[in-house]
Design a protein around this ligand. Structure first.
Ligand SMILES: O=c1ccn([C@@H]2O[C@H](COP(=O)(O)O)[C@@H](O)[C@H]2O)c(=O)[nH]1
Length: 280
């Protein structure tokens, strides 16, 4: 099964909630864990244990592991492996973007079967040109992996770059979506979801971003829920017809409940998103 279809199956089985694994320094303190590789390992493994069976996907934020160097990366390897063993889709949020030959090495790190950091999908930046992602797309497709391309990110600072107009008059966000959609169409059988999804923040006004109407046959990663201000109702308000395609990503809002409360927090949030999908 390609990644697009695996994402679709996960969304159908579990609903939209995607649990972010972001071991901020303050959260490590609140969880009573050390500021070290051991701390982020324990934080990640406890989050995975709580998420398993409750949601379809987790999104480890690589930066919070990277700050502990090799110990942090060793911890991340364990967290990713535990999540995948538990049947969770792992979306590695590393936002890789570089020239094509360098991207190929990133793709090998995150997609090659047996690689220490093997994940199911990776966030990638198209801002060196969508063309640099060709080798990454190809390796992902070959191994049933996927990408989430930064199209319209949740942060307000993105507007200046992403809402700018290209020579055709489209916004940069819209042109990224069009280029990646063309790749999906060429690489995917009729009726299947493509393996290259889009990051479209839950805080983004689609008319302003020039991306409405937008309902691609591909998954959407929607950060911006929870601490950044969007709530479950924004699944319909923001994503409209594409609501059922969205992994609604929450990190701090769930992780703040602590190790003792995280399972209940995930249950409550997951139910709230499913309710919006079922009853509007
Ligand atoms: O547009 C984007 C893309 C990625 N992110 C990442 O998602 C989480 C959000 O964390 P919260 O605690 O739920 O706010 C974090 O890892 C970001 O790097 C994003 O926020 N916006």
């Amino acid at each position: 099964m390609n990644f697009g279809e695996r994402a679709r199956a996960a969304l159908e089985a579990h609903g939209p909630l995607c649990v972010g694994i972001d071991p901020h320094a303050a959260l490590l303190d609140a969880w009573g864990l050390p500021q070290s590789g051991d701390g982020v390992r324990e934080f990640g493994l406890r989050t995975v244990e709580a998420a398993a069976g409750r949601v379809g996907a987790v999104k480890p934020q690589v930066s919070f592991f990277e700050r502990f160097g090799s110990a942090g990366f060793a911890a991340l390897e364990e967290v990713i492996a535990a999540a995948r063993t538990a049947g969770l889709l792992v979306i590695a949020d590393a936002k890789r973007g570089d020239i094509g030959t360098t991207m190929d090495a990133y793709a090998a790190a995150w997609f090659m079967p047996g690689s220490p950091l093997e994940a199911d999908a990776l966030t990638v930046s198209p801002y060196l040109g969508v063309g640099v992602l060709g080798g990454t797309f190809e390796l992902a497709e070959r191994h049933g992996k996927g990408t989430f391309v930064l199209a319209a990110t949740s942060n307000p600072e993105a507007a200046g770059v992403q809402r700018a107009r290209t020579a055709s008059g489209d916004t940069v966000s819209a042109s990224v979506i069009a280029e990646v959609s063309a790749r999906n169409a060429a690489a995917t059988a009729e009726g299947e979801w493509g393996s290259h999804g889009f990051v479209v923040g839950a805080t983004v006004d689609w008319a302003d971003a020039g991306i409405a109407p937008f309902s691609p046959p591909a998954p959407i990663l929607g950060p911006g829920f929870g601490t950044q201000g969007a709530g479950p109702a924004d699944l319909r308000v923001r994503y409209g017809q594409a609501a059922a395609q969205v992994f609604a990503s929450e990190s701090r809002s769930i992780l703040a409940s602590g190790a003792a409360g995280i399972a209940d927090a995930i249950d409550a949030a997951a139910a709230a998103y499913r309710e919006v999908l079922q009853h509007g």
